[in-house]
Design a protein. Structure first.
Length: 155
């Protein structure tokens, strides 16, 4: 990816289900990606294993409950959670006003999946919840993106 393409892709805002994802740093093969993610209360993911690289989640706002490698714990503003490659993990948004975090990953697999499964944010044409839900096939294509679902979301 050229510097021009990387700059054009940075700060793009996308609807990923009910989540607003802002690409802060766009990756090319082997580099890091930084995505700011704003999620509503109750948002969760199935228990999954990332095979392509570690995930680092840094909390900017709100509180999240994490489950990483058999350990259940909360994280709030200023805390950073590491989900190492190959270990099962998931999360749930606890705070009433939702949560915002930075998700840092190596390579471009997670970023590519977000781009493929999302709708662009357009100020004059907000997609309906149904449109956002159909765009959120996160785990339907997980095999293509080196993510293996291994269990149900946190209750």
């Amino acid at each position: 990816m050229s510097d021009k393409t990387r700059a054009e892709n940075a700060n793009q805002i996308l609807w990923f289900g009910d989540n607003l994802m802002t690409i802060r740093v766009s990756a090319s093969a082997g580099e890091i990606s930084v995505i700011e993610c704003r999620m509503p209360q109750g948002e969760t993911t199935p228990l999954h294993i990332t095979l392509s690289g570690d995930e680092v989640i840094h909390m900017l706002e709100g509180t999240m409950q994490f489950f990483v490698d058999g350990k259940d714990f909360p994280a709030s503003v200023g805390q950073t959670v590491m989900a190492p490659r190959g270990l099962p993990h998931d999360f749930r948004i606890e705070s009433t006003d939702g949560a915002t975090c930075l998700i840092v990953t190596q390579g471009g697999a997670f970023e590519q999946m977000v781009r493929q499964m999302s709708l662009p944010l357009q100020a004059d044409d907000l997609p309906s919840r149904a449109e956002r839900d159909t765009s959120r096939r996160f785990f339907d294509s997980s095999v293509q993106r080196n993510i293996k679902v291994v269990g149900a979301p946190l209750p």
